[in-house]
Write a protein that binds this ligand. Structure first.
Ligand SMILES: Cc1cc2nc3c(=O)[nH]c(=O)nc-3n(C[C@H](O)[C@H](O)[C@H](O)COP(=O)(O)OP(=O)(O)OC[C@H]3O[C@@H](n4cnc5c(N)ncnc54)[C@H](O)[C@@H]3O)c2cc1C
Length: 522
């Protein structure tokens, strides 16, 4: 992934007409990029910040059918998500973990009730299932999760779902686009749409955020995959376009692993506000969340509200014996769900379908919104199928169902934190053996090594200190304070790799500290 080379090539061919330009480098856009490029289309993806800087790095990290959606009766969505869960396990095993979830029951009827529901969930997974759900006695639950509040505990149910690393998958998808002949550019902001004499969209106006240089790039089809920002792009096409997406904020708190030891996650199916709450072990920490708060406007760095933090902590205290408080929070992160605006007035956000929606504007702009990480591949297949018809292309069948994602490898040693690199791990190890200094840790609180910074710059298009600390490694999400202490070292290594001056490094570190301070609770 060589940003400068791609920009040079675009400059050398100003009249080139791409088959597809995809705006947005989150799960939706990257998925669409992989699908289009792997069908053989000339594909260019443009992301205004970094890949997965938006919602796609801020998920609960689950690849799941959605037990809650089953309870809501959204059977077709659960079936689709369960199938996609199985396909991701097959195509990106290096990032997928089969995780056991326990639903503790404090009512006598809870165990049998959920056991029946989860048997249906198992059946719906078909041949792609991850393992059977089963009822566990009070003693078995206490053995599995010693940290669980035990008063009144009656028993519980265990079931399986998937877990992943969202922004690592995003980077791997970007690499997969490139391997299939497509181009991806981060820090390329689309500021306008180009139209032909008939008013049909035939390209985009965009700016390289690093140089300020503006480009007109042409394509047969433009796909708007900008998550909570889809309406901004729609208004570039049609000034008075009404809002089609409602942003709904979800917050997570990250705690030390001592709050939830063992290999199991906890799922609370009905909190006091009627939502689901998860406590999930992730990269040797525990992620607890989430909330669902409607917000007026979308922004790229949403901030957790005090009431959201309080809600998560007070709910967690009911279930975790070691009660977490604000001072135990290592990181707090918020994300915005791009929910398709409700069809009925007064509908609550937790009731709005998580299914995706594809629209085509009169100008030919294709917009894809909603959905979830779990179904990114199917969403991509759907949108490219539609785009083929609109663009007058002869149909080329989708090939991603059985296509490995970059990094695919079967044998994974999860004890070594570098496992997320999958097939790239051999090359990373070689770099360390050639230069042992690269094997040094950056901070005692987190496992990350200097080699990961170098690798991220050379092979994963990391351009800023934040790219490395938030999305190539997950330091910001796992321990925000430690990540702030890592920033000067990361800045120094990156500055050297990118050939930047000292002033660049200083600005980078300052900017990172400002962003990261929003992930710390005072
Ligand atoms: C709290 C929370 C928890 C979730 N948990 C899960 C989960 O556990 N499992 C699951 O399957 N799903 C989960 N989801 C849903 C999932 O994360 C989202 O559906 C998915 O990440 C949305 O991806 P996206 O690409 O549509 O949006 P985004 O990731 O926001 O990507 C859109 C991108 O478009 C870019 N962009 C915007 N405007 C422009 C422009 N003008 N030019 C160029 N680029 C532009 C943005 O910078 C952004 O990077 C969760 C969501 C939230 C909020």
């Amino acid at each position: 992934m060589t940003r400068d080379l791609y920009i040079r090539t675009i400059e050398q061919h100003p009249d080139k007409i791409w088959d597809f330009i995809i705006i947005g480098g989150g799960a939706t856009g990257l998925g669409a990029g992989v699908d289009a490029a792997s069908r053989g289309y000339d594909t260019l993806l443009l992301e205004q910040y970094d890949f997965s800087k938006g919602t796609s790095s801020r998920s609960t990290k689950l690849i799941h059918g959605g037990v809650r959606y089953l309870a809501q009766g959204d059977i077709s969505m659960v079936l689709e998500a369960l199938e996609e869960r199985g396909l991701l396990r097959q195509n990106a095993p290096h990032l997928f973990r089969n995780l056991k979830f326990i639903i503790p029951s404090y009512e006598w009827w809870g165990g049998p009730f959920y056991t029946v529901g989860l048997k249906v969930y198992d059946m719906m997974s078909g041949r792609l299932d991850l393992g059977p759900s089963e009822y566990l006695s009070r003693e078995e639950i206490m053995d599995a999760i010693p940290n669980l509040v035990q008063d009144e505990l009656k028993g519980g149910v265990i079931y399986h779902d998937g877990q992943f690393d969202d922004s690592r998958l995003a980077i791997n998808l970007a690499q997969t686009i490139v391997e299939n002949g497509g181009y991806v550019l981060n820090y390329f902001n689309v500021t306008g749409l180009l139209k032909d004499q008939e008013g049909m969209i035939n390209g985009v106006i965009c700016t390289d955020e690093e140089t300020g240089k503006q480009y007109n790039i042409y394509s047969k089809i433009v796909i708007n995959a900008t998550g909570v920002f889809v309406d901004d792009i729609l208004r570039m096409d049609e000034k008075k376009h009404r809002n089609t997406v409602v942003p709904s904020q979800g917050v997570h708190l990250v705690l030390d692993r001592s709050f939830l030891t063992g290999d199991y996650a906890i799922m609370i199916p009905r909190t006091s506000d009627g939502r689901v709450l998860f406590a999930v072990p992730w990269h040797d920490k525990v992620v607890v969340g989430t909330t669902d708060t409607l917000v007026e406007t979308a922004c790229i760095e949403p901030r957790a509200l005090d009431e959201e933090i309080e809600f998560i902590l007070t709910t967690a205290v009911k279930y975790l014996r070691k009660a977490p408080s604000r001072k135990d929070v290592l990181s707090v992160f918020a994300g915005l769900r791009p929910l398709a605006a409700p069809e009925e007035e007064g509908q609550e956000t937790k009731e709005i379908s998580r299914g995706h929606k594809i629209t085509v504007s009169l100008s030919g702009l294709i917009t894809i919104m909603g959905g979830k990480w779990t179904t990114y591949r199917k969403m991509a297949e759907d949108v490219i199928d539609k785009a083929e018809i609109l663009g007058g292309f002869e149909h080329i069948p989708c090939v991603t169902r059985n296509m490995p994602v970059h990094g695919f490898v079967k044998n994974i040693n999860r004890k070594d934190h570098l496992y997320v690199f999958g097939s790239d791990l051999t090359k990373i190890r070689r770099m360390i053996s050639e230069n042992p200094k690269l094997g040094e840790k950056i901070h005692t609180a987190l496992p990350y090594l200097k080699v990961e910074v170098v690798w991220a710059v050379r092979h994963e298009m990391a351009r800023t200190v934040e790219d490395v600390l938030a999305r190539r490694t997950r330091a910001l999400f796992l321990d925000a304070a430690a990540s702030m202490e890592m920033a000067p070292i990361v800045g120094k290594i990156m500055g050297k790799e990118l050939g930047k001056r000292r002033s660049w490094r200083k600005k980078q570190v300052e900017s990172y500290l400002k962003t990261a301070s929003g992930y710390i609770l005072n």
